[in-house]
Design a protein around this ligand. Structure first.
Ligand SMILES: CC(C)(COP(=O)(O)OP(=O)(O)OC[C@H]1O[C@@H](n2cnc3c(N)ncnc32)[C@H](O)[C@@H]1OP(=O)(O)O)[C@@H](O)C(=O)NCCC(=O)NCCS
Length: 149
C-alpha cells in the first residue's frame, strides 16, 4: 500500500482537504477547525506535508521549524489506512528534513490518554521529556516528548 503513496508539500490550497481529514479522523471534538488549519498555513515556520494515494489524502504531518528543533504540531492518518506504516513514513520524512537542515531535536506534546500515538512515538524513538498537568482539560495531561536526530 505504501508503495502507491507519495509525500507532497502542502500549502493553503490544501486547507479544505486537510480539514476533511481532520473531521474524519477524530471521534470526539478534537479535530482542528477550518480556521485552525488556515491559521496554521498562515503562520510563519509552519510546514505541512501530506501523504497522498492517487486522489486521496491518506495522512498529513504539520510541524513548526524552530531552527534547532522541529515541533510536530499534528500527525493524522485516515481511519481506513491506520497500521500500514503511514505515520511512521511521515515521521521519517520530517526527521530526514530536520537532519538535512541541521536541527538536533524533534519535539511534540501528546495526550497521556492517546495510547496509539504514545506507542507510535515511543517506537519511533521519542522519549518522555516532561508533563503538563491538565494541559488538554481537567483530566488530560500533555506528555512532552523528544527525539534526538
Ligand atoms: C496515531 C496515528 C497517527 C498512528 O498512525 P498509523 O499510520 O496507524 O501508525 P503506524 O502504522 O506508522 O504505526 C507504527 C507503530 O505505532 C504503534 N501503533 C500505532 N497505532 C497503534 C494502536 N492503535 N495501538 C497500538 N500501537 C499502535 C505500533 O507500534 C505501530 O507498529 P506496528 O503496526 O508494527 O505494531 C493514527 O492512529 C491517528 O491518526 N490517530 C488520530 C490522530 C492522532 O491521535 N494523532 C497523534 C497526535 S496529534
Amino acid at each position: 500500500m505504501l508503495s502507491d503513496t507519495e509525500i507532497i508539500k502542502a500549502d493553503i490550497g490544501h486547507a479544505f482537504e486537510v480539514h476533511d481529514l481532520e473531521l474524519n479522523s477524530f471521534d470526539t471534538g478534537k479535530a482542528w477547525t477550518l480556521k485552525m488549519v488556515l491559521d496554521g498555513f498562515n503562520s510563519p515556520n509552519f510546514k505541512c506535508y501530506i501523504l497522498r494515494r492517487f486522489d486521496e489524502i491518506v495522512g498529513y504531518i504539520a510541524y513548526l521549524d524552530l531552527g534547532g528543533e522541529y515541533e510536530i504540531q499534528r500527525l493524522v492518518v485516515s481511519k481506513e489506512w491506520r497500521r500500514y506504516g503511514c505515520a511512521t513514513r511521515l515521521l521519517q520524512f520530517v526527521a530526514n528534513l530536520a537532519d538535512i537542515n541541521m536541527a538536533t531535536d524533534l519535539i511534540l506534546d501528546v495526550s497521556h490518554l492517546n495510547q496509539p500515538a504514545l506507542f507510535l512515538y515511543t517506537k519511533f524513538g521519542f522519549y518522555p521529556d516532561g508533563l503538563r498537568k491538565q494541559y488538554y482539560g481537567r483530566e488530560e495531561d500533555a506528555v512532552l516528548m523528544r527525539k534526538k536526530i
